[in-house]
Design a protein around this ligand. Structure first.
Ligand code: PMP
Length: 342
């Protein structure tokens, strides 16, 4: 039974259900479980990092009442920051690459964030959205009467601490400490490193896996020590090319490279076989859990993350024209909705 009264939206962040994925479990002979992070109030796992970063800045005396939080984000962190900011009397200014889904930009606006859209350029370019957000934070800190801070989710370890303190212990409690593996993809690395560290600390035999999309450099880094990437992915919010501060010391035992074709098939299976409509990174994560299950063999229990809701990608991943343009198969139910006679 939930408490009769919840003081604010902030208390609804985290404590998500751990779902058993029936189909993925059946085809592997393992038990594949997934944290339903799309049930957070901002509909993604990043609400946890947003709350952790803002609470940490408050503790360190960096945020003044009415202050502004600036961040460069692919979307979900911005939505989390915007809702946490508003609930606590702050403001959010978000720098986002133009390539991110319209739905995410809309969600940011609907949560009261001010948006600055910038061209998508690589991290080494000084006009990369992350670097623009750092410079903008410096400027607003000087200009705004109540000051401004840079959330800096990639290199601010308050992000990973949120997972060390909440997501990891939740998984441990929900499984009664009985799990063999944990796997997920990396955007900032907060989820993977935070959950990985929290779980390893409790049982060092738990295997930590990385599910890396094409275009990211981490599979090569953890498999053979080289930060090297090739190709690209339709997934959003993941695909890292460097070792962020959040990733430093991440205990990765089993890295996997997951191409979009594999992730999208799993993503559509989640709709058809589990009743779960999710974003592309959840497809990568569950595909990674299936690979890990196959490598560990039947009888193991593996946990992964369902990062965000599919509604955020209606015009992209769930749009037949988009899929065809990317040479990805279109599931029958998406291209030809069954005719119903009335
Ligand atoms: N999936 C989605 C949809 C995301 O937006 C993000 C964060 N950018 C991630 C996964 C990865 O999470 P993390 O930043 O903790 O690595």
């Amino acid at each position: 039974m939930p408490a009769a009264i919840t003081p604010s939206v902030l208390e609804t962040v985290g404590n998500t259900p751990l779902l058993r994925l029936r189909h993925a479990s059946e085809i592997t002979g393992c038990e594949i479980l997934a944290k339903a992070e799309f049930l957070n109030p901002g509909q993604s796992v990043k609400d946890r990092a947003a709350l952790g970063i803002i609470r940490d800045a408050e503790k360190r005396g960096l945020l003044q009442p009415g202050g502004t939080i600036v961040e460069g984000t692919a979307g979900n962190t911005g939505i989390g920051l915007a809702l946490v900011a508003k609930a606590l009397g702050y403001h959010a200014v978000i720098v986002i690459p133009q390539t991110q889904s319209e739905e995410k930009k809309q969600a940011l606006r609907l949560h009261g964030a001010r948006l600055l859209e910038v061209p998508a350029v690589p991290y080494r370019n000084p006009n990369n959205y992350i670097k623009v957000s750092g410079r903008l934070a410096e400027r607003l800190a000087a200009e705004e009467p109540s000051g401004a801070i840079w959330a800096n989710q990639f290199d601010n370890t308050a992000n990973r601490n949120a997972h060390i303190e909440t997501t990891g212990p939740e998984i441990w409690r929900q499984t009664d400490g009985k799990l063999d593996g944990f796997i997920c993809a990396v955007g900032t690395g907060g989820t993977l490193a935070g959950c990985g560290m929290a779980l390893k600390e409790r049982d060092s035999s738990i295997k930590i896996g990385l599910a890396d999309p094409d275009g990211a450099a981490l599979y090569n880094y953890y498999a053979n020590g080289e930060l090297k990437s090739s190709g690209s992915s339709v997934t959003e919010g993941i695909g890292q090319g460097r070792i962020t501060a959040n990733l430093e010391g991440a205990p990765v035992d089993m890295p996997f490279n997951i191409p979009d074709s594999e992730a999208m098939a799993v993503l559509f299976d989640l709709v058809e076989k589990e009743g779960l409509c999710l974003g592309g990174s959840s497809g990568i994560n569950v595909a990674g859990a299936i690979r890990m299950a196959r490598e560990l063999g039947p009888g193991h229990r593996i946990v992964t993350i369902l990062c965000d809701h599919g509604a955020r990608y209606a015009t992209k991943l769930f749009n037949p024209d988009f899929l065809r343009a990317k040479n990805l198969p279109v599931p029958a139910w998406l291209s030809q909705p069954p005719a119903i006679d009335i």
